[in-house]
Design a protein around this ligand. Structure first.
Ligand SMILES: Cc1ncc(COP(=O)(O)O)c(C=O)c1O
Length: 445
């Protein structure tokens, strides 16, 4: 028997797959396997319907396996499977870039495609460094992130990120990185609906960093408008405006990492629109294809793009890119997804549901161990008190109970439960998500 056939006959084994950001040993003792999905639900191999409280991983904003997206991917695979993105192009990459740029505010007019949010972040950071360099300001190399920020797992994104577990075992990362303080303060903000009143002044910390290093050494500030992965931290009212003003004053580029916030999650195409603040670059991923094919990108303001469009016409302007930048399947999925967002008016739908969602999630106040509840757009986080000497265990148990006992997918960030359903969620399903989350919180008490 050929070796491959022998392998095919081996029983399914969970060991080979080293799962990302997962407690591998716990998972392999009690797996949570998702075999198929449709609209608001996942289905287990034994046919249980699991209500998706997290849009997969903040991705499936249009819901799962939507027919027009599936059809677009199938047709594209048959028509053009791959085209080299260096020196050649295919029509849908240009079409999608135009559509994404049209969704972005002001002169955010140019789109560089990547395959993930992490690549989008590292691309944006590199563009920022290169932009200053080609304008004769090569000393501007310092990058500023924020405590509790998440910008993916590349070396750049890890360095500007502010989640300690993601950083502490990976050495020195990038040199010359500083962090703004987190905008979260439980004593001042607990159980706020939407953006907290307290905290705009924390943007002024950027002035201190400028005072320490001088603006001539600082390339860019990167923040998530709403910090998602650390447990939904909406920006304090006025904070982003203040950050923009300080960046303008000192010639520092402002990057909004909208990998989570983009494509309707906060009730608008981008958080930049919700908050009326125009950054110099926006990173995106996830919702652009509703998660159906990996894709990410950076939207860049016109003066930045124009700064690169110099020199001989035949010369490459930016020595950066990925083999799969603007992959045909991703572009086809992206175009079909953006059509669905328009046809079903999903961004406005998210905005309309926000108050219903906010009331529903805040009804969990008073359950055992609930320390804070935050929400903005169609996102929410519920902080649970950790178990003494076992940080993260209560959150893990609540997530595990939600899946095994209550047929609900929730996400955890330490001891926080995070809810971010597809934007097609019905009001009845919001009620169901919250009811099941309450049961899981009680089960983990
Ligand atoms: C704000 C933000 N930036 C970057 C990333 C990284 O994206 P990816 O996992 O696609 O690399 C994420 C992922 O959750 C994110 O939330």
């Amino acid at each position: 028997m050929p070796v491959s056939a022998a392998n095919a006959l081996r029983p399914n084994d969970l060991e080979a797959y080293w799962m990302p950001f997962t407690a591998n040993r716990a998972f392999k003792q009690s797996p949570r396997i998702l075999a198929s999905a449709k609209n608001m639900h996942y289905f287990t191999p034994d046919g249980r319907a699991i209500l998706d409280g997290t849009a997969g991983l903040w991705c499936a904003n249009a819901g799962h396996s939507r027919a027009p997206i599936v059809a677009a991917i199938q047709a594209q695979a048959a028509e053009l499977d791959f085209a080299p993105p260096f020196q050649f192009g295919h029509p849908k990459a240009f079409a999608l870039a135009s559509r994404v740029a049209a969704l972005a505010p002001a002169d955010l007019d140019h789109v560089f495609f990547t395959n993930s949010g992490s690549e989008a972040v590292d691309t944006a950071l590199k563009i920022a460094l290169a932009y200053h360099n080609i304008r004769g300001q090569g000393a501007r190399q310092r990058l500023i992130g924020r405590e509790r920020g998440y910008h993916g797992v590349g070396f750049g994104g890890t360095a500007v990120g502010g989640m300690v577990a993601n950083r502490k075992v990976f050495g020195n990362l990038l040199a010359g990185v500083d962090h703004l303080p987190s905008t979260y303060n439980r004593a001042e903000q607990a159980f706020t609906k939407g953006e907290p009143e307290w905290g705009a002044h924390l943007a002024d910390e950027l002035e201190k960093i400028v005072g320490l290093h001088d603006s001539s050494t600082i390339a860019a500030v990167i923040v998530e408008p709403m910090a998602g992965s650390t447990g939904v931290l909406p920006p304090p009212k006025g904070y982003l405006e203040r950050l923009r003003a300080i960046c303008d004053k000192h010639g520092i580029l402002l990057i909004f990492d909208e990998v989570i916030c983009g494509f309707g999650r906060l009730g608008h195409a981008f958080a930049a629109e919700r908050y009326g603040v125009v950054p110099d670059m926006i990173t995106f991923a996830k919702g652009v294809t509703s998660g159906a094919v990996p894709m990410g990108g950076v939207i860049v303001r016109k003066p930045i793009y124009d700064a690169f469009m110099k020199g001989p016409d035949h010369a490459v302007e930016l020595f950066h890119g990925y083999t799969y930048s603007g992959h045909p399947l991703a572009c086809a999925a992206g175009l079909a997804t953006l059509d669905l967002y328009v046809e079903e008016d999903l961004f406005a739908r998210a905005a309309k549901l926000e108050p219903v969602w906010a009331d529903a999630v805040h009804s969990l106040k008073g359950l055992p161990n609930v320390l804070d509840i935050r929400n903005v757009g169609l996102t929410a986080a519920i902080d649970l008190a950790g178990k003494p000497d076992a940080p993260g265990k209560r959150g893990f148990e609540a997530m595990d109970h939600a899946f095994h006992a209550f047929d609900l997918l929730v996400r955890i960030a330490g001891d926080s439960l995070v809810l971010t359903p597809p934007l097609i969620v019905s009001e009845a399903q919001i009620g169901e998500i919250v009811e099941k989350t309450g049961k899981a919180i009680r089960a983990a008490a």
